[in-house]
Design a binder for this molecule. Structure first.
Ligand code: ZN
Length: 75
């Protein structure tokens, strides 16, 4: 997946996301907690938005298609 193509991101979310180091982004995307399964997995088909200054990723876990979300707090 090409992570620089971000159709589901708001402009601000895209800006914050692309400011993060690619390796860090990759590790976050491959380690998202799924509450339904109680395990971590890879997030896919995700969108991004900014809520209260924090970046929020929402998508499906690749392994089970369960809904997952990941909040990335801005420093
Ligand atoms: Zn799951």
């Amino acid at each position: 997946m090409k992570i620089e193509s971000l159709p589901g991101f708001s402009d601000l979310a895209k800006k914050l996301w692309l400011a993060i180091a690619p390796d860090t982004r990759k590790s976050w995307l491959s380690n998202v907690w799924c509450a339904a399964c109680g395990r971590a997995g890879t997030i896919t088909n995700f969108t991004g938005m900014v809520k209260s200054g924090d970046l929020l990723l929402m998508g499906k876990r690749a392994e089970c298609h369960g809904d997952v979300a990941r909040k990335i707090e801005s420093q």
